[in-house]
Design a binder for this molecule. Structure first.
Ligand code: TRP
Ligand code: ZN
Length: 894
């Protein structure tokens, strides 16, 4: 068993440091196994702190070569070390001292991908959240903002390109085949935004003008063979710049902005000031290797990191508990940006549907990933109260629920009020490290609103339940809507207070049209959709002037991150599927209806799929007025992750069997319709990344998958044709996914051909791994997926040290294939423990992400719990287990 437990850091313990750093001059002599870092810091007493105290620095994974203070060794006893913390007393009254620390680090041995590491012969850094302390000693906290100058000295052949934050001051030759470059960042920044790159790379460049007419140089740096895959990332960057200028009046503040792609990276991308470092997955895209979804993801991640330049970098977080200050806000901004881009491409006619499709995508992620997190042992408020390892708190709650909280402010204050709040926020806090309260206070002040109750969203964990009941009085034409809220207890938080819940709603008349809304006491009817703010535990709203009983459409556009509980019979769901004027709710009605059918099949309370459901589903399928992208969403069943959350106890096997039955039934009964649809959805002409084309491709791919699930030979023949004739990855991979549904020679051949064609393309092979790891078993004859995953680990293209490979193969199996992962014989659980333990020895951040796949084990059937518990215990008992995994598994068992 692990003996010492990682200490818990509490939010309320925040204290400013007695000493901060004003300027830091870094020199790197880069060598793979022994890089020398010379760090000269001007430390000053923190003007905001009266109490005296030592200089505090953190340093880990380094050897100290020397340390001096104002040119001399520290006096005896003046330097103390406690683990990673170094404290130095400063004698006398000096307001400022210069500290020089020389350390030796080993990038080659750094498998954590945090700090300075090697990837394919190049040097890269990742400092958020606490990676800078793995490079040198520093007060490595976001509330210490310093001016950086950085000199890189490296072998010219191995590393012809030397980059760091800000502006290039000078560069030149050095003896022994080496060269150097010196960079200066004009903006003070926290250490987590420091970055350097020294590698063999080439750049796509573009010069653009900012709104105020400044010329700036944009660069996308990649390995030479990838230069033909950078165009889309560059376009996305330019679009992001324009959007932030026109939406928020925010301009790029540097003369040069760089994006660098690296193949070994723990997360998606990182917003280092002026030098964003990206996982290759979110930069590289060309039609032959990237799907429409990849193009979309590149655009939104480029935007996300670019938007951080203001929301995160210019105004940063005081401490890591405030992470959602930058992440929730920046996710909201990237979601709005993507919605605007889609709406613009769709034109005025299609804009509303295009926005709804984006909203549906985002809500699907929230429900599949954040709702389970909020209902499990790791549940935390968007601003957590405590953590053991901060890397475990880059979560769906902090990011996605955080974005929902910002969206609710946007809904409550309106776009203009929100913009005024943003302007005030920047006018107060530009250049500062602040808290979530500072943000909400600016929103409140700019709008003359009291947002104290709203702040509860930052402090309360758990998904609120919103219960709606209705009463119709035909005599007076009055419709009463009763809303009640309740948030279930979460670990460490038993009692919850009522939240401010914006409820966007409409009332649909029997003719399918929205009724104008008139609340009791209002002089006349108003708009067809309005936002009610529920602030109490229960409230009633009376609508008058109605001539017939309406059908309520609640939480339009998903106006709050809650679970809506409302009794609707099948007929009413079918009615809303056909008539709800809010496209999001139309989709949601289809999801609710599908959920009902799947869960009934899984529970055995229904033996077959009701014809009424098939009829409603068919109407959507055949409604040519609906935009294809929307139809693809509406015809896609709810995710397994969300459905398991709705089952008690969760039974992944029964759920999978139900999903197989339902999918096969929809594929088979509607085979003619799917075939017609597939033909109607062909895209002619060369590939372009455009939402209209992407929607057609998505719907065509979906048709093939339903047909393949039903083993329809015509569908399978079409898939084979499409696989061979495809001129882009979206169609080729869609066809492959359909061919892979049924075990047999056709599947094996297609997978082999695909592998042969893309064997030198790591990002495409990730798709190939993920497809097989996510495989369902459509017949009892097929081999268990776990065996396939085990075998694939031996493929030469697989590597446990590359996070993309781990996420593609193991991540897909553990987190997106519940039916197979939870095989009754427990083989998946044993395999999980083996892999978490193996990963933890080299990369704790990635290991902890995999470990989280079993955190909700107590929701499963007793038999599964009995199989999982010993594996959790085995992981926790591992020697030298990281704090990352220990926190996840400890909380799961706790
Ligand atoms: N700030 C990054 C983002 O939101 C997240 C990130 C990138 C990160 N790399 C990381 C967080 C490593 C923790 C560790 O885009
Ligand atoms: Zn971010």
């Amino acid at each position: 068993m692990r003996t010492e437990q990682a200490p818990t850091i509490e939010r309320v313990d925040y204290q400013p440091l007695a000493w901060v750093v004003e300027r830091i001059d870094l020199h790197f002599r880069l060598e793979p196994a022994a890089t020398i870092v010379t760090n000269r810091m001007v430390c000053v007493r923190n003007p905001a702190v009266v109490a005296d105290g030592p200089i505090r620095l953190w340093g880990e994974a380094q050897e100290r070569v020397s340390l001096s203070i104002d040119g001399a060794a520290p006096a005896t006893g003046a330097l103390r070390e406690h683990g990673d913390l170094v404290e130095i007393d400063v004698a006398g009254e000096a307001r400022s001292v210069t500290l020089e620390v020389v350390t030796r680090i080993n990038p080659q041995a750094n498998t954590t991908l945090s700090g300075l590491y090697l990837s394919n012969g190049g040097y890269f850094t990742q400092c958020e959240a606490e990676g800078f302390r793995r490079i040198t000693c520093f007060p490595d906290r976001p509330d210490v903002m310093a001016r950086f100058t950085v000199t890189l000295d490296a072998d010219r052949d191995a590393c012809p390109v030397l980059l760091s934050n800000g502006n290039l001051l000078e560069q030149g030759e050095l003896p022994q085949g080496r060269h150097y470059a010196k960079w200066e960042d004009p903006f003070p920044k926290p250490s987590y935004l420091f970055a350097l790159v020294a590698a063999r790379l080439v750049a796509l460049e573009r010069e653009v003008e900012t709104a105020s007419g400044r010329k700036v140089l944009l660069q996308v740096w990649v390995e030479e063979g990838n230069l033909d895959r950078c165009e889309h990332a560059m376009d996305s960057l330019v679009h992001s710049m324009r959007w932030d200028e026109s939406t928020f009046g925010l301009e790029l503040d540097l003369d040069r902005f760089m994006i660098v792609a690296v193949a070994d990276f723990n997360m998606g991308a990182m917003e280092n000031k002026g030098l964003n470092i990206f996982n290759t997955k979110f930069v590289l895209a060309k039609p032959d290797t990237a799907t429409d979804t990849d193009f979309e993801n590149v655009e939104s991640v480029v935007a996300h990191e670019y938007f951080h330049n203001w929301t995160g970098n210019r105004v940063t977080c005081r401490d890591w508990f405030q992470l959602t200050l930058k992440e929730g806000l920046t996710v909201f901004r990237d979601q709005q940006f993507s919605a605007d881009m889609l709406a613009r491409a769709a034109g005025p006619e299609g804009a509303a549907s295009a926005r709804a499709v984006k909203r549906i995508d985002d809500v699907r992620v929230l429900r599949a990933a954040q709702f389970p997190e909020d209902g499990g042992p790791m549940a935390h408020p968007i601003r957590p109260d405590s953590y053991q390892e901060i890397n475990n708190f880059y979560t769906a709650t902090v990011y996605e629920k955080g974005a929902e909280v910002i969206r609710m402010l946007h809904t409550l204050l309106g776009p203009e009020g929100f913009r005024n709040g943003m302007d005030l926020y920047f006018s107060y806090h530009d250049g500062c490290a602040v808290t979530c309260d500072d943000f909400v206070d600016a929103m409140a002040e700019a709008n003359g609103r009291d947002l104290d109750q709203f702040m509860r969203w930052y402090g309360q964990a758990g998904t609120p339940r919103l219960r709606a009941t209705c009463a119709w009085d035909a005599g007076t034409g009055t419709y009463t809507l009763n809303l009640a809220q309740h948030t279930p207890p979460t670990p460490g938080q038993h009692d919850k207070l009522p939240l401010v819940i914006p409820v966007a709603l409409g009332l649909i008349g029997p003719d399918g049209h929205d009724c104008p809304l008139q609340l009791d006491g209002e002089a006349q009817p108003g708009a067809a959709t309005r936002v009610l703010a529920l602030t109490e535990e229960a409230q009633s709203f009376r609508f008058v002037g109605l001539t017939a009983e309406p059908v309520p459409s609640l939480l339009r556009g998903f106006s709050a991150p809650v679970m809506l509980e409302v009794d609707e019979d099948d007929a009413r769901l079918a009615f809303r599927m056909a008539h709800d004027s809010d496209p999001f709710n139309r989709w949601d009605a289809a999801q609710r209806y599908s959920e009902r059918i799947v869960l009934a099949l899984a529970a055995g309370s229904a033996a077959e799929v009701p014809p009424a459901f098939v009829a409603a589903f068919r109407s959507l399928l055949e409604d040519a007025r609906l935009d294809p992208a929307f139809r693809a969403q509406a015809l896609t069943l709810p995710t397994e992750g969300f459905l398991l959350e709705r089952m008690s106890p969760a039974d992944p096997q029964a759920l999978r069997a139900a999903l197989v039955t339902l999918t096969r039934h929809l594929g088979g009964t509607l085979a003619e319709q799917w075939l017609t649809l597939f033909k109607a959805m062909q895209v002619l002409g060369p590939y372009r990344y455009h939402p209209a084309d992407a929607g057609r491709r998505a719907l065509a791919n979906l048709a093939l998958r339903y047909l393949a699930a039903a083993q329809d030979p015509r569908g399978i023949a079409l898939a084979r044709q499409r696989f061979e004739a495809a001129t882009n990855m979206t169609e080729r991979f869609g066809a492959l996914a359909a061919l892979a549904v049924n075990a047999g020679a056709a599947r094996d051949t297609a997978l082999q051909n695909f592998h042969a064609r893309y064997q030198n393309d790591p990002l495409v092979l990730d798709k190939w791994f993920a497809l097989q790891a996510g495989a369902w078993r459509w017949s009892a004859a097929a081999a268990p997926t776990v065996e396939q995953v085990r075998a694939l680990m031996a493929d030469p293209a697989f590597s446990l040290s590359n996070p993309n490979k781990v996420y593609a193969l193991l991540g897909t199996f553990f987190r997106a294939n519940a039916g197979e992962f939870h095989a009754a014989d427990g083989s998946g659980h044993v395999f999980w423990a083996d892999q978490v333990i193996a990963l933890d020895a080299t990369n704790p951040q990635v290991a902890a992400r995999m470990a989280r796949a079993l955190e909700n084990w107590r929701r499963y059937t007793p038999a599964l719990q009995a199989s999982i518990r010993p594996q959790l215990e085995r992981v926790l008992a591992t020697e030298k287990l990281s704090a990352d995994v220990a926190e996840v598994v400890g909380k799961a068992l706790g």
